[in-house]
Write a protein that binds this ligand. Structure first.
Ligand SMILES: N[C@@H](CCC(=O)N[C@@H](CS)C(=O)NCC(=O)O)C(=O)O
Ligand SMILES: *[C@@H]1O[C@H](CO)[C@@H](O)[C@H](O)[C@H]1NC(C)=O
Ligand SMILES: *[C@@H]1O[C@H](CO)[C@@H](O)[C@H](O)[C@H]1NC(C)=O
Length: 217
């Protein structure tokens, strides 16, 4: 069976997969979308990402590219037309990579919905502190590293899909704590590439509740 030129192996709730969808949409790349069942991975996924056996994987002309941020950079290089997702200036490019790396290391809020009581309060405070660091970086700029939407924004924006679930489960208001960050989320979602690539917030909330059940909470 002939394979399409560009194939994306993904799972709908993956924030990492959403990054790739946004990058492909920004570049206007058409592709075949394949939803993976992570409890029953396809032989194609195991063959294309034997190291991590994880989605997202982009397959371009039969060759796999793995790891979401690497895929986004690849998309920027391979479909070399404007808008460029990474700035060409070396310093600005390093800044964009710094924030994408920060997001990868820190944006992990699972503890808010897998704990209760004091432990949950600590997790909530840690998460808000983290969002405040991002809000500080944003300052009065429209986007994380400047005037245009790009790589750092793409790395972070999918996590906003979890905000509603975190606010509901954690009984907190992210907008009250980080108004500029929430305004940035709205600004990003005005782009079609973003709005059509993000999962629905209410579906993510249902997903979190299912996971809570699975973990026996
Ligand atoms: N660092 C990876 C993370 C990818 C990742 O965590 N993928 C998850 C789904 S969100 C996965 O496929 N996990 C495999 C599994 O659950 O067995 C990236 O940025 O692409
Ligand atoms: C696992 O996936 C294969 C196809 O990839 C399918 O034939 C099989 O029924 C699936 N098994 C389960 C338990 O869902
Ligand atoms: C939710 O938070 C508000 C304000 O911080 C507080 O007054 C209220 O008691 C909390 N509700 C629950 C169920 O914890």
């Amino acid at each position: 069976m002939a394979m399409s030129n560009v194939v994306l192996l993904n799972s709908w709730a993956s924030v990492f997969g959403m990054r790739v969808k946004i990058a492909l949409a920004e570049k206007g790349v058409e592709y075949e979308y394949k939803e993976e069942d992570l409890s029953n991975k396809s032989s194609l996924l195991l063959k294309m990402n034997p190291v991590h056996k994880a989605i997202p994987v982009l397959i371009h002309n039969g060759k796999p590219i793995c790891e979401s941020n690497i895929i986004v950079q690849y998309v920027d290089d391979a479909w070399n037309k404007s808008p460029s997702l990474l700035p060409s200036d070396p310093y600005l490019k390093a800044q964009a990579r710094f924030w994408a790396d920060f997001v990868d290391e820190k944006m992990y809020a699972k503890k808010i919905w897998t704990t209760k009581g004091d432990e949950q309060e600590i997790a909530k405070k840690e998460y808000i502190d983290l969002l405040k660091v991002l809000e500080g970086q944003l300052g009065d700029k429209p986007y994380l590293t400047g005037d245009s939407f790009g790589y750092a924004d793409i790395s972070l924006i999918p996590f906003s899909c979890w905000f509603y679930a975190l606010e509901t489960i954690g009984n907190m208001s992210i907008e009250k704590e980080c108004p500029k960050l929430v305004a940035w989320v709205k600004r990003c979602k005005e782009r079609e590439s973003v709005s059509k690539s993000l999962a629905d917030s209410h579906k993510m909330y249902e997903f979190a509740l299912q996971l809570q059940k699975k973990y026996g909470l």
